[in-house]
Design a protein around this ligand. Structure first.
Ligand code: GDP
Ligand code: MG
Length: 783
């Protein structure tokens, strides 16, 4: 018996059996790896694992050990798939795309009373264009928060021009199985918050896989409209979709759109408002075929649906949805139904009977039933003339970016280019400009205050406290925005998914999966979104471990610190030292991950089953919106936390213990307070109360280290510290406790015990590393 692993590159095979169990198996089935499907092996990752396959017209990656679970047989001779050109639609088969009310006499039902807020859930696969559509629909009226109880990002917004609406962007999911927190969030949202309607966004270039979710959504018995997105690509490659046939089959309105090109959005909104207003529920929720294999699945589904009808009603779960989930073995639904022993046994017998008749196990049988229906719909309604231009382009790009010999050099080159452009070119140029502006402004303010004869102390506070402190932080805005710009390009274009594919094997060596690379890369920007993005990781173990490693990725807020010291002490070796710090963080994280893997987090990394989306040019609107959000966030911090921190520090260092203004900051309150910690920092060469204070203020926000130094030291830094102390300081700053916002994020994700441990652990690691630096420095004769 050949498994998928034994198929050679470029060869096709037919899946006969999917072995294994639990979440991974369900996920494979949900992604379309079902008995009878044809797969092509595309390539192996440069390190020989994972493997990339083509299935249902899209690219899926999985590990070799999982590929070994999939049994195959050769493609039967003569069963070559029919050439698409042989099927043709007449030219005018889809007039008037998706006329509203086709299946429901318009306006006859009883509409929801005027003034009811029409709530919508926006549901779709990852990379189907949800964010793009959401931004189109809501314009600037959006609110970002979290789903109650969990930290998955929740975006709400009002549809432009329709004040009585509220649309929620749900996490991208492939199925309604309860195996990832995203899937659970999405289905609980639909079940418990009862949106008035669902807008299901479907990637039309990848329609078979996307409709799999659509079918489960139809079972939820909530009014729904299907938005076929990316139609520009479908049409661009000569394909077409017969919308009327699709509507006929699904019995819900189907609208073709292009979110990126802003086409069809108005029509979509019209339909969405209509079905929500008139509460037009899907007419059809029944996709099993009574003639298919003797109707085994059909009879099983209906039998169980009748059996559990009353239970499902009282639990508030749509009956059909409950029935298919019970068959799939969904523990969550099962327990909510509150069945008694007798009923449970009956259900089990019905399912066993079906398994026997159908010759497939329960999960595979249901997945197969769904895909069989999808194939029927697509055969009728979808024409593909050729592979889409975007697909062809993606394959070409991937020859290099995931190619056997080129992938890793390309990754290193791309990352190097990103950092070089951010720190040396674009970000730096903008930063200089901003710094000039700030200096001019400071000078003007200084003159003005003198001219107005403002009180000396206030003058001092404003210029040496606020302007110096906040100004030094503000000048980093361009670098941070530039870094996020590149990270979002990498993410939206589809490159990060490739990085995960390429790096999976490497990350597995430290006990993680390729997906963990995403949060880690974001960690170079800011730990807070990085920690939050671990939500996309399918296993709790991977998630925790990744979160604990993120503080080792030098976040962009630490750059001001590096720049500050490099300028003062090692002006000629700036690039080298900065790079060195990043690399040191990464090396330490690898070392520590290996320790975690053998102690705290025994076990193996989560499975790696992931779609590789086509490369796409990210929409400018998405990128600009993201940058604006980041900039706003940063400015808010600069003018809240950092401003307050600066003022407090200024105050504490300008007054002595008797609250008299003091010229000599050695006698200040601050010197007294930080003095207690100085002995702790002596061994690493940082036994100066001003340094200790700066580091403490860095806990509020890393940028404050610089602003505090600016306030405390003024100009003469290099006369007070030695280069060796500066080196210790750099390493300590790289590693010590994350800022309060990141600590809060850790607490939200993992609880306060972990948050406290992270703080203590990072400080301990930082101290040890700085100590090692000092020892080595002394040994090689540094001062
Ligand atoms: P999400 O993951 O579902 O939120 O998807 P995004 O909104 O981030 O979109 C994924 C990618 O598809 C981005 O690069 C978008 O620019 C692109 N995209 C979205 N809608 C369209 C469309 O209608 N046509 C084309 N060609 N690209 C699109
Ligand atoms: Mg998105």
């Amino acid at each position: 018996m050949k498994t998928l692993k034994d198929i050679r590159i470029g060869e096709k095979a037919v899946v006969t059996k999917v072995n294994g169990e639990g979440a991974l198996r369900q996920h494979l089935l949900d992604m379309g790896v079902i008995p009878g499907v044809e797969v092509t092996v595309v390539k192996y990752a440069p390190m020989g694992d994972p493997i990339e396959i083509m299935i249902h017209g899209y690219e899926l990656t999985l590990r070799l050990e999982d590929a070994r679970q999939i049994e195959t047989k050769p493609v039967p001779a003569g069963a070559e798939t029919e050439k698409p050109e042989s099927r043709k639609h007449g030219k005018t088969l889809h007039p008037g795309l998706g006329e509203g009310g086709k299946f429901h006499p318009k306006g006859s039902g009883d509409p929801l009373p005027d003034g009811t807020v029409l709530t919508f859930a926006l549901v779709g696969n990852q990379n189907s264009g949800k964010t793009t559509l959401f931004n189109r629909l809501t314009g600037s009226n959006q609110h970002v928060g979290n789903f109650p109880g969990v930290t998955v990002d929740r975006k709400d917004g009002v549809i432009q021009g329709h004040p009585d609406t509220l649309i929620t962007d749900l996490p991208g999911i492939y199925s309604m199985s309860p195996y990832s927190s995203e899937e659970i969030v999405s289905r609980n949202f639909v079940l418990n918050e009862k949106p008035k309607a669902i807008i299901n966004i479907v990637d039309a270039t990848n329609i078979e896989r996307n409709l799999y979710l659509t079918m489960q959504l139809l079972e939820m018995d909530v009014p729904m409209v299907v938005a076929l997105n990316m139609m520009d690509e479908v049409i661009g490659s000569g394909g077409s979709i017969d919308v009327n046939a699709m509507e006929e089959a699904l019995k819900v309105p189907v609208v073709t759109i292009s979110a990126a090109k802003n086409e069809g959005i108005e029509e979509l909104v019209d339909h969405a408002l209509h079905i929500a207003k008139y509460q037009e529920r899907p007419i059809r929720q029944d996709f099993c075929d009574e003639t298919d294999h003797g109707g085994a699945v059909h009879r099983c589904l209906h039998g169980i649906a009748h059996l559990i009808e009353d239970h499902a009603r009282s639990a508030g779960i749509p009956v059909r949805f409950a029935a298919s989930k019970v068959i799939e073995g969904d523990e969550l639904v099962f327990s909510q139904l509150n069945l008694d022993q007798n009923e449970k046994e009956m259900i089990e017998h019905i399912i066993l009977q079906m398994e026997m008749e159908r010759g497939l196990d329960r999960s595979a049988a249901i997945a197969d039933m769904r895909f069989a229906f999808i194939h029927k719909v697509c055969d009728k309604a979808v024409i593909r003339i050729a592979e889409s231009k975007e697909k062809v382009r993606s394959e070409k790009i991937d020859r290099i970016l995931t190619g056997q010999y080129t992938a890793i050099p390309a990754f290193i080159l791309i990352m190097a280019a990103v950092f070089w452009l951010t720190f040396n070119v674009i970000g730096a140029a903008l930063q200089n400009l901003l710094e000039m502006g700030i200096n001019v402004l400071t000078g003007r303010a200084d003159q003005l205050l003198s001219a107005l004869n403002v009180n000396e102390t206030i003058h001092h506070l404003l210029i040496d406290g606020v302007f110096a402190g906040v100004g030094s932080v503000l000048s980093f805005l361009p670098i941070i925005v530039t870094l996020f710009f590149f990270l979002s390009l990498m993410e939206d274009s589809g490159y990060i998914a490739r990085v995960a594919f390429v790096m999976d094997k490497l990350l597995r060596k430290i006990g993680l999966s390729g997906r963990s690379i995403v949060p880690m890369l974001i960690g170079f920007g800011c730990s807070v979104p990085a920690i939050m993005s671990t939500r996309t990781l399918p296993s709790e173990r991977d998630r925790k471990m990744t979160i604990l490693l993120i503080p080792f990725m030098s976040c962009s807020a630490k750059l001001p610190i590096y720049a500050f010291f490099v300028n003062a002490f090692f002006p000629k070796r700036g690039a080298l030292i900065m790079t060195g710090l990043y690399v040191l963080g990464i090396l330490l994280s690898i070392l520590i991950a290996r320790i975690y893997k053998n102690t705290l987090f025994k076990g193996s990394a989560a499975p790696f089953v992931m779609e590789l989306p086509n490369y796409r040019i990210p929409s400018a609107q998405n990128v600009i919106r993201l940058l604006w959000e980041k900039a706003k966030d940063f400015l808010q911090r600069a003018f809240s936390v950092i401003l307050v921190a600066t003022i407090i520090v200024w105050f504490l260092q300008s007054f002595d213990l008797h609250f008299n203004l003091t010229e000599d900051s050695h006698s200040s309150i601050l010197a007294f307070l930080s003095g207690g910690l100085v002995p702790l920092f002596k061994p690493i060469g940082l036994g100066d109360w001003r340094i200790v204070t700066s580091l403490i203020s860095g806990v509020m926000a890393k940028e404050s280290v610089t602003s505090t130094m600016e306030v405390l030291f003024g100009q003469d830094l290099s006369t007070i510290l030695t280069p060796l102390a500066a080196a210790s300081m750099l390493v300590f700053s790289l590693l010590y406790t994350p800022c309060i916002a990141a600590i809060a994020a850790v607490k939200r994700e993992m609880g306060h015990k972990w948050a406290i441990s992270v703080v203590l652990w990072q400080c301990a690691v930082a101290w040890m590393a700085a100590y090692v630096v000092r020892i080595i420095g002394l040994a090689i004769g540094m001062r």
